[in-house]
Design a protein around this ligand. Structure first.
Ligand code: HEC
Length: 165
């Protein structure tokens, strides 16, 4: 066990030295844990998810689809300019809000960053679909956004992680 650790350390030192072309490795702490000047992660992940990401996503997801009513199935979709604007505002909040997942110490590793980039990309597609007032596209991209959430939860959310083992 100990020899494995030593071998791994030796490999990492070697890798760093090779990558840096002999230059000393940069201090490990600054990049990983210090937020960019002026930025601050204020609440914990759970609150960020509930208060911003999930709340605004729900507005987007509930904007189009079929709703069961006393009269039967009714197609739901934004109709007035104001309704479309509300959905767009929510899509903007999810998409820009995803950037907050990257403020240290929230971002954990490369997969976290990639999962966040995926959510931002789907969010941009959603904003474009809303601008086209294309309800089918809004519905389909909504599913893609959901996939982007799950990609991260599968890896990092306690409980969900265990489900996918
Ligand atoms: C880059 C990673 C990442 C992405 C992307 C992400 N989440 Fe999360 N989410 C987490 C983590 C980590 C937790 C667990 C937080 C905790 O309990 O500490 C979480 C927890 C949650 C929770 C549970 C909060 C609670 O009360 O326990 C909800 C709801 C949620 N996320 C919604 C979403 C939605 C909706 C999306 C997509 C629009 C999304 N998340 C995208 C990382 C992510």
């Amino acid at each position: 066990m100990r020899s494995t650790v030593i071998a791994l350390t030796a490999f990492l030192v070697l890798a760093l030295a090779t990558l840096g072309c002999g230059a000393p490795p940069p201090p490990a702490t600054t990049a990983a844990s210090a937020p960019p000047p002026g930025m601050k992660a204020v609440v914990n992940m759970r609150t960020l998810m509930n208060s911003l990401i999930e709340k605004q996503s729900n507005i987007v997801w509930e904007a189009v689809g079929e709703v069961h009513t006393a009269e039967g199935l009714v197609e739901k979709q934004p109709r007035t300019d104001e309704e479309w604007q509300n959905v767009r505002d929510a899509a903007v909040a999810v998409t820009e809000g995803a950037n907050l997942l990257l403020i240290p110490p929230r971002a954990r590793d490369a997969e976290w960053v990639a999962a966040t980039a995926g959510l931002i990309a789907e969010g941009e597609r959603m904003i474009a679909a809303i601008d086209r007032k294309n309800t089918k596209e809004v519905f389909d991209v909504g599913a893609d956004i959901y996939e982007a959430c799950v990609r991260c939860h599968r890896q990092y959310m306690p409980g969900v992680r265990e489900l996918y083992r």
